[in-house]
Design a protein around this ligand. Sequence first.
Ligand SMILES: C[S@@+](CC[C@H](N)C(=O)[O-])C[C@H]1O[C@@H](n2cnc3c(N)ncnc32)[C@H](O)[C@@H]1O
Length: 397
Amino acid sequence: MYHVTNIHTPKRLNCPLHSLMVISTDTSNQAENTKMETPDAETPPPTSNAARLAIMELANMISVPMSLNAVVRLNVADAIWQNGSNKPLSAAEIIPLILPSGAGDPENLQRILRMLTSYGVFNEHIISGDILQRRYSLTEIGKTLVTDENGLSYGAYVLQHHQEELMKAWGVVHEAVVDSSTEPFVKANGGETAYGLYGKKPEMNDLMLKAMSGVTVPFMKVVLEGYDGFNGVERLVDVGGSAGDCLRMILQKHSHIKEGVNFDLPEVVAKAPKIDGVSHVGGDMFDSIPNGDAIFMKWILTTWTDDEVKAIMTNCFKAIPIGGKLIACEPVLPDETNDSHRTRALLEGDIFVMTIYRAKGKHRTEEEYCQLGKSAGFKSFRAVYIDHFYTLLEFGK
Ligand SMILES: C[S@@+](CC[C@H](N)C(=O)[O-])C[C@H]1O[C@@H](n2cnc3c(N)ncnc32)[C@H](O)[C@@H]1O
């Protein structure tokens, strides 16, 4: 039976056509009252209003990343930022800044901006009057999409995630459960691995390099302010160093490091820019790793299985002297599951790894990393928490 409630009262609008009636068909109280009755196998469990709302939010959530992808493709953040002005603009004012023809659909852009405002990417400024006007500026989150003088931002990482080849894999995530011997990405892309495809498609390789730089540069700025682990190092090797941003920044900060070696796949280092004091070396970390006093790596171990991580760490162990160390920056999972932004970002990244890179590659806990280090021969272990996403893991020989 219907009953009327005023628990949730929407705002009454000025429009004369609007009359307000809130009707709730919430069965949760009825369910409470009848929960002692014999369950009927044919009857689905009762649902609460809150649960129905939450599942609708989850089911529609694809709108969030895809809209984020749309605003990056359209360069909306740069259009609003305008060299630091961040002046609130309407969708109609943004359109000529992002589309050279000046023609576009402001209403649809506003729909996207409004939804992303709800996720904290934009601030919405409402100007009331006969017709309500909405304007948008960038929040702290939105500012991560503004490109710097080198054209870098988190935007490239957003674009990288939504390339056609990666998107195909998301339709078959369940395959990682059915048969974990092959990655969903590989199944969806005719047997190709993600790194294999980056190697074959220059545009994917370029976007990967740009995405890594966009995420890594702001992270390294924070790490270099708070981390003392590079003291005493003279020759530093970055395994899987991509374009060499980490080494460039570490060497700029620590003048006692005389030599940096940026080690990555041959096709990746071939595209890396020249950096003073850094030599780019192409190779495969599963074969061998160049020698150094210390080895740095960021976002490498996560994408591999436990056996592969052990093999990489064993090669690192061989490449450093007694007293040397491996410094790995990886997403480290908390033991407990909760709904914090940090836990969610880490668990979402874990599913990304499972789907795209390695069905049994994973985000790990501190304890799991400690054990893997021990199995590769390391004698000491320390975890340093500076950044909310990546933890610095130090393994001493
Ligand atoms: C997630 S990216 C991290 C890049 C960089 N460290 C950063 O955080 O910006 C992983 C890197 O590992 C490199 N990589 C993958 N397989 C490799 C291998 N077998 N040997 C050396 N590098 C490899 C990739 O080319 C890529 O640059």
